[in-house]
Structure formats: structure tokens, C-alpha cells
Design a binder for this molecule. Structure first.
Ligand SMILES: Cc1cc2nc3c(=O)[nH]c(=O)nc-3n(C[C@H](O)[C@H](O)[C@H](O)COP(=O)(O)O)c2cc1C
Length: 177
């Protein structure tokens, strides 16, 4: 606690947004302190490794990430990886991710890209010692109608994912034995 759910797709008809929103709703219904961040609503610069860090929106987003202990990230799968906006967010906010519990809700066009999130997960684990939730939500386009999750088993899978996040959040991965 507290939780932050981030939707990183910039597509106005994003499917991973629907997954992120479902996770947010379930956390909220469960009485957890949770915030939602939709990157379509916060204009962020592309990381240039220089002036970008002093931009006001970067500071705002960094503060939200710093405040959370557990971050659930909705990602679109692009070219067998997370969409660039997710990576850009991490480039902009860097150490704010240190020691967070992090999980992924992925929307893809097809079933074959299910391991695409791994390089992003590895970088968070290796760079920032994040605890990566070992249960991902991955859904292809067959699971969605225009603006809703059409597959009820997907809602259940989001529930299992959220339950795992709640179990793992608060595990103090920096505490010395
Ligand atoms: C540039 C681009 C690359 C994509 N690459 C993949 C891919 O490698 N594997 C896949 O299954 N789907 C791929 N897709 C399909 C998206 O994953 C799919 O549209 C998904 O719904 C995106 O998430 P979003 O709706 O939250 O934006 C790609 C789509 C775009 C626009």
C-alpha cells in the first residue's frame, strides 16, 4: 500500500487500459488505497537524458511512482516488447521505481507474443530491484468488445493477478535478514 495502476497505451481505444481499469476497480472495491494514472492524459516528453527531467509533468508522475509501494502497469504489446511509452516512462522516472512490487497487464493482437514483457520486467528487476509479480495478465483481441472486456474468465484472471499483488505488496525486499 498504496497502489498505483498505470495505463501506458496512448491509443484512444486501448484494450490494456480496460485491463488496468479493471485492476484499479478491484483494488478500490477491496478497500485498498489506489491511484490511477492514464498516460493519454499526461503529456510527457521523450526522454533525452537531459532537460526532460525538469519538466513539470515528469516531476508529477515521478512523485506518484515514489509514493506507491506496488505498481500495476497496463501495456500494449508492440513489436514483441512493451510499447515505447512504457519504456519512456521508466527512462523519465528511473530510480523512483526502486524496490517497488510491479506487475503487468498486457494487451496484444495475438497469442504468440506472451513473453514480450520479459525484457521490460528484467530491466526493472535488474536496474531497480523491483519485485516482479510472477503472474501476468495477457489478453489478445478476442477477449474484448469495442469498449469492454468480453471474456469473463479474463475478469477472473485480473482478480487472481490483483490478489497476488496484494499478497506480495509489503514484502520488504530491502530488509536485511
Ligand atoms: C506498432 C504496433 C506493433 C504491434 N506489435 C504486436 C506484436 O508484436 N505482437 C502482438 O501480438 N500484437 C502486436 N500489436 C497489436 C497490439 O498489441 C494490440 O493492438 C493491442 O490491443 C495494443 O494494446 P492497446 O489496445 O492497449 O493499445 C502491435 C500493434 C502496433 C500498433
Amino acid at each position: 500500500m498504496p497502489y498505483l495502476v498505470i495505463s501506458t497505451s496512448l491509443n484512444p481505444e486501448s484494450k490494456s487500459y480496460l485491463l488496468a481499469r479493471e485492476a484499479f476497480q478491484q483494488l478500490s472495491d477491496g478497500g485498498h488505497e489506489v491511484e490511477f494514472l492514464d498516460l493519454r492524459k499526461v503529456k510527457l516528453p521523450l526522454c533525452d537524458g537531459a532537460d526532460c527531467y525538469s519538466r513539470p509533468n515528469v516531476a508529477k508522475v515521478r512523485a506518484k511512482i515514489e509514493k506507491a509501494t506496488c505498481i500495476l502497469v497496463g501495456v500494449p504489446i508492440y513489436n514483441y516488447d512493451c510499447g515505447a511509452a512504457a519504456k519512456n516512462l521508466v527512462e523519465l522516472t528511473g530510480r523512483a521505481w526502486a524496490d517497488k512490487t510491479v506487475g503487468f497487464l498486457c494487451a496484444a493482437g495475438g497469442r504468440s507474443s506472451y513473453m514480450s514483457v520479459m525484457s521490460f520486467a528484467n530491466s526493472l528487476m535488474l536496474d531497480f530491484r523491483c519485485l516482479v509479480i510472477p503472474r501476468f495478465v495477457y489478453a489478445d483481441k478476442s477477449a474484448f468488445d469495442a469498449n469492454t472486456i468480453a471474456d469473463n474468465t479474463l475478469v477472473e484472471r485480473v482478480g487472481e493477478f490483483v490478489a497476488k499483488a496484494v499478497t506480495l505488496d509489503g514484502v520488504n525486499i530491502t530488509k536485511k535478514p
